[in-house]
Design a protein around this ligand. Structure first.
Ligand code: FES
Length: 168
């Protein structure tokens, strides 16, 4: 892979997330040292085609947003909400607008939709070959497809946070 290309990984089918809903994924990523570390994320779909991705870690103390409720939204579904202390986050920017981490942001991810799949850009994911604990949280565990061929490599860098245009 050349320096002006980024890796893209298909995370799920776009239609597997209903408009207005969110799904969590437990991924693994490779650090610069080559170590494999857990990389929990979630993806929110707004409207028909806008997807927003964030690392699933509350900036207040690092827990998963869906830690106790299993969900990602406040009751009115106007904001993302942390299940632990109820911090409220803007859905499209990840900025905390209320709560113990007000003014801080969720870590955004660069997403794009390619051929009907929601894809994560620019994060070196690792295939997770660990056996799954059947008593774990019922996360929607991804079937990661590493997209490494020329057809799916995207030139340049992807912006963070904002949804990217769907590619056909
Ligand atoms: S851990 Fe999220 S608001 Fe406290």
């Amino acid at each position: 892979m050349s320096a002006d290309q980024i890796e893209v990984f298909a995370i799920c089918h776009a239609e597997s997330i209903a408009p207005g809903e969110a799904r969590s994924f437990r991924l693994s990523r490779r650090t610069e040292d080559g170590e494999v570390r857990p990389f929990p994320i979630f993806v929110v779909r707004r409207g028909g085609r806008d997807f927003f991705g964030y690392v699933n870690a509350c900036p207040h103390n690092g827990t998963w947003l869906n830690i106790s409720t299993g969900g990602f939204f406040n009751r009115a579904r106007t904001h993302l909400e942390c299940g632990r202390h109820k911090a409220q986050f803007d859905i499209e920017s990840g900025l905390c607008v209320e709560g113990g981490c007000k003014g801080k942001s969720l870590t955004p991810l660069a997403l794009t939709v390619i051929g009907g799949d929601v894809c994560l850009c620019g994060v070196p994911l690792a295939e997770d070959d660990q056996p799954r604990n059947p008593f774990d949280e019922p996360d929607e565990t991804m079937e990661i497809t590493s997209i490494r061929d020329e057809r799916m490599l995207i030139n340049g860098s992807a912006s963070s946070g904002a949804p990217m245009a769907e590619r056909q």
